[in-house]
Design a protein around this ligand. Structure first.
Ligand SMILES: Cc1cc2nc3c(=O)[nH]c(=O)nc-3n(C[C@H](O)[C@H](O)[C@H](O)COP(=O)(O)O)c2cc1C
Length: 335
């Protein structure tokens, strides 16, 4: 009997070596969100482990003097790496800050024996390439309560707290964001730092390209950072954004480097869950970058610290942003 099966490319392609599979997982990890698309991470493949380092040369000294947002970004990459490994059929165990002597070694991910991913893991893995920061207007469609509950649960799985802002706190967040924006624009070095990540770009492997800046908010209400501030030559059509945005506050219990990494892991799990649910998302960090404003969004008496504001809604597809090639983020293996 003749075999009528037509070979697909997958039949013909030789199976990936473990090294290639792990490199693909690291490539996935680099799609994580990061402050100004700074991609402040480095990876080293070891024997049965992948070490993830903070790249302090990419810290935004003006906006992020403590490195809190740098570690949120690295935490998001760690979470993506672990998920990608699960998607590739490996067990992945994450230990944060495994070596007191190496504070920039943010996480060691042990690549375990093979085990198929759960349906929930597969769902998040499938969302990884489709998650993008969306700075377009969203529709005024209400988000169902059970959908919001799924996002809250995603944060809870990473020991973080996600709260939907009620109308009063939403208006207060918008006001606080506008105050933070004014404060930052008046801060020495803010514009120069913004310029480093948005303009005069020779090689486009990081930073925010014009295509991702989004339209002009005709009402000037939406608290989205203006990445076009220093590029008046860009023609951005004014558009009307949703009047009552859905805003959520992502917070952690405590406020130290470990909690910042956890916040990043929670952020990415929430964003991927939202992507799976066809929701568009915008991380908004200006109000948590100004300490006095951040304190107003936190409940410090009870140890709860706001780490990020998220805008969620239904919107048109967002632009992609560039990523550094693997050769830029992979440290040589130790022999
Ligand atoms: C810690 C952190 C802070 C961020 N702050 C903002 C922000 O204030 N405004 C904004 O529009 N995007 C913000 N973002 C989104 C990044 O700009 C975005 O992740 C990056 O440009 C890469 O694009 P992508 O998310 O589409 O992959 C933030 C992301 C992270 C992780």
């Amino acid at each position: 009997m003749t075999d009528r099966h037509t070979p697909s490319p997958d039949d013909i392609r030789p199976p990936l070596s473990e090294r290639e599979a792990i490199e693909n997982c690291i490539r996935s990890a680099t799609t994580a969100p990061s402050l100004h698309n700074s991609q402040p991470w480095l990876f080293r493949i070891g024997a049965g482990v992948i070490d993830v380092y903070a790249d302090r040369r990419r810290q935004l000294e003006v906006l992020d003097p403590t490195g809190r947002e740098l570690l949120i970004s690295v935490g998001a990459a760690v979470s993506t790496l672990a998920l990608a490994l699960r998607g590739a059929g490996y067990r992945a165990d994450v230990v944060a800050f495994p070596d007191d002597g190496q504070p920039d070694l943010v996480a060691r991910v042990t690549v375990g024996h093979r085990a198929p991913p759960s349906p929930a893991e597969e769902t998040l893995v499938a969302a990884i390439p489709h998650r993008h920061t969306n700075r377009y207007p969203f529709t005024s469609c209400a988000i169902p309560a059970e959908t919001l509950e799924q996002l809250i649960d995603a944060a809870r799985q990473e020991t973080a707290v996600l709260t939907v802002a009620n109308p009063v706190s939403r208006n207060s967040i918008i006001g606080l964001s506008q105050a933070a924006d004014r404060r930052q624009r008046a801060t020495g070095g803010y514009r120069a730092e913004l310029a480093r990540w948005t303009t005069h770009r020779v090689v486009h492997h990081d930073g925010i390209p014009p295509s991702a800046i989004g339209p002009w908010d005709a009402m000037e209400i939406m608290p989205i950072r203006d990445f076009g501030l220093l590029q008046p030559h860009l023609t951005r059509a004014p558009e009307t954004f949703e009047i009552h945005p859905t805003l959520m506050v992502l917070a952690t219990t405590g406020d130290d480097p470990l909690e910042w990494v956890r916040a990043g892991q929670a952020l990415q799990r929430v964003l991927l869950t939202a992507t799976h649910l066809n929701l568009a998302t915008t991380p908004i960090s200006q109000p948590v970058e100004v300490p006095t404003v951040r304190r107003q969004l936190s409940d410090t008496a009870n140890g709860i610290w706001a780490q990020m504001i998220l805008r969620i809604g239904y919107g048109r597809p967002a632009a992609t942003t560039p990523r550094r090639p693997l050769s830029d983020v992979l440290l040589p293996s130790l022999t």
